[in-house]
Design a protein around this ligand. Structure first.
Ligand SMILES: [Zn+2]
Length: 71
C-alpha cells in the first residue's frame, strides 16, 4: 500500500484531503468548490466582456436577413 501524495489546491493553496472532492483542470488540482468558484469567476469575466461589447453594438445594427444561410 502506498500512501497517496498530498494534493494542493491551485485556487486556495490548501491541501486537498483524500476525502475531499478533487477536480483536476488544466494540469492543476482544485477542491470541487474552488473549481466551481473559479469557473464562475471566469464566466463572469467573459460575461462582463460580452456585455460591454454587446452594449456598444446592440440595437441599431440588426443582422440583415440575407446574412442568414439556410441549411
Ligand atoms: Zn481549494
Amino acid at each position: 500500500m502506498s500512501p497517496k501524495p498530498p494534493v494542493w489546491c491551485a485556487k486556495c493553496n490548501l491541501r486537498i484531503a483524500p476525502y475531499d472532492l478533487l477536480t483536476a483542470y488544466q494540469g492543476a488540482n482544485y477542491h470541487q468548490d474552488c473549481f466551481l468558484r473559479l469557473v464562475r469567476e471566469e464566466a463572469d469575466e467573459k460575461k462582463r466582456g460580452q456585455a460591454f461589447r454587446a452594449s456598444s453594438e446592440s440595437g441599431e445594427h440588426a443582422k440583415p436577413a440575407a446574412a442568414r444561410v439556410g441549411k
